[in-house]
Design a binder for this molecule. Structure first.
Ligand code: FAD
Ligand code: GLY
Length: 379
């Protein structure tokens, strides 16, 4: 297996994470990125590692994968920081989901009941108890759910570390090199096509985020059903006296956008995010930014005076059921690692460990079996 030539399409956290693990295991691996690595969804993300706060009762399999990936994070961070020789600001401060009005409390209670049914490690708090944990919260907060085991990482630092670790382990990186198509002969991958010509290889790992459906050559029946889901974001500079410590998420029954606030150790406060089905449009809108600022200000009034550092929008790669598409499909030696939607940073360790193992051994583990493309053909 070690002598086979592996090509990865896409240099986000998923492609880089898999590439690093493969290169570390001694495989011959080249990663093709059409732009600079790590400037798409993985750059746009907030870095929350929040399987509990983002749990949906109808997505229990995804919840299990998220919890498993979160449990791998301490080992992942240790290994990555050692290989890259840099810190990625992994923080374990927990998450507070807060409500401001009676309607919000009602919705929060509904969420709490669902979380309890899923046997999650969450606690109900009064507004006062929530403010004891996070004193920057508004006195208007009526109630909160504390998800102590939801963590966070600085995804931009993690991208930098993954790139360094990948290269230092011997991975080849081709930036500004768009893969136009995958060459498939008699149902088996034999190479890729780029603007510069063709490249032969034995295995292709498709990790091109929300662009994964655009790569030519894949038969219709094996095409991964991925769509872009836009998220607008902004970053503020925290100032003395209002030092947010935990991740805060709001539940707002009356407004279209619930927001989250994610404090970074360097003093940035990330505020997100809209969730818009707008195709590949990444324009920022007045309404989007307004909703984010209003929601954040209602939860933490002290942000009012903070300088605005940055605004941006990214495209989440969403599959038909919001879970990632991992592993084999009908095309021999074409491996999928895409469709991580709103949880790609959380799911990076489990994806990288499991997909690199699959490429090296040819064996699909029990962990990723439910996430193969063939789950859609039985619908
Ligand atoms: P990407 O990072 O999009 O990388 C795909 C790469 O493939 C790109 O660099 C692209 O240029 C390249 N590419 C595409 N086509 C080609 C081609 N033909 N040839 C070569 N290269 C190609 N997840 C969390 O876990 N926690 C969060 O808090 C969180 N917050 C988010 C907030 C926002 C606003 C958004 C947008 C996403 C958020 N996510 C979060 C989700 C997470 O960012 C994504 O699931 C994850 O980054 C997907 O990683 P990826 O590597 O698959 O995709
Ligand atoms: N997981 C946060 C987001 O997708 O906005």
């Amino acid at each position: 297996m070690i002598n086979r030539k592996i090509i990865i399409i896409g240099g986000g956290v998923i492609g880089l994470g898999i590439g690093w693990q493969l290169a570390k295991a001694g495989a011959s691996v080249s990663l093709f990125e059409r732009d600079k690595v790590g400037r798409a969804a993985s750059w746009a993300a907030a870095g929350m590692l929040a399987p509990l706060a983002e749990a949906h009762t109808e997505e229990t399999e995804l919840l299990g994968l998220g919890v498993k990936s979160l449990s791998l994070y301490p080992q992942w961070v240790k290994e990555l920081e050692a290989d890259a020789q840099m810190c990625i600001d992994y923080r374990v401060d927990g998450t507070l989901i807060v409500g401001l009005e009676p309607d919000d409390t009602h919705q929060l209670r509904h969420l709490y009941t669902a979380q309890q049914q899923l046997d999650l490690d969450v606690n109900w708090l009064t507004g006062r108890e929530a403010r004891e944990i996070e004193p920057t919260l508004s006195p208007r907060i009526t109630a909160a759910i504390h998800c102590a085991s939801d963590h966070q990482v600085d995804n931009r630092l993690m991208l930098g570390a993954l790139q360094r670790a990948y290269i230092s382990c011997g991975g080849m990186l081709q930036e500004n090199s768009s893969v136009e198509g995958i060459v498939i002969e008699k149902g088996t991958v034999t190479g890729i096509l780029t603007e510069e010509g063709s490249q032969k290889c034995d295995v292709v790992v498709l990790a091109a985020g929300c662009w994964s459906t655009q790569i030519k050559g894949i038969p219709e029946s094996a095409r991964p059903p991925i769509r872009p889901v836009k998220g607008q974001m902004l970053a503020l500079q925290m100032e003395e006296g209002v030092d947010v410590k935990t991740v805060i998420r709001t539940v707002r029954a009356k407004y279209p956008t619930s927001v989250y606030l994610v404090p970074r150790t360097d003093g940035r406060l990330i505020i997100g995010a809209t969730n818009e089905e707008m195709g590949f449009d990444t324009r920022l809108t007045a309404g989007g930014i307004f909703e984010l600022l209003r929601g954040a200000w209602e939860a933490v009034p002290g942000i009012y005076e903070f300088p605005v550092l940055e605004t941006w929008a990214g495209l989440r790669p969403g599959s038909r059921d919001n879970a990632p598409i991992l592993g084999k499909n009908e095309v021999e030696n074409l491996i999928y690692a895409t469709g991580h939607y709103r949880n790609g940073i959380l799911l990076t360790p489990i994806t990288a460990y499991e997909i690199s193992k699959l490429v090296m051994t040819g064996e699909t583990s029990k962990t990723i079996t439910p996430f193969q493309l063939n789950r859609f053909s039985t619908e």
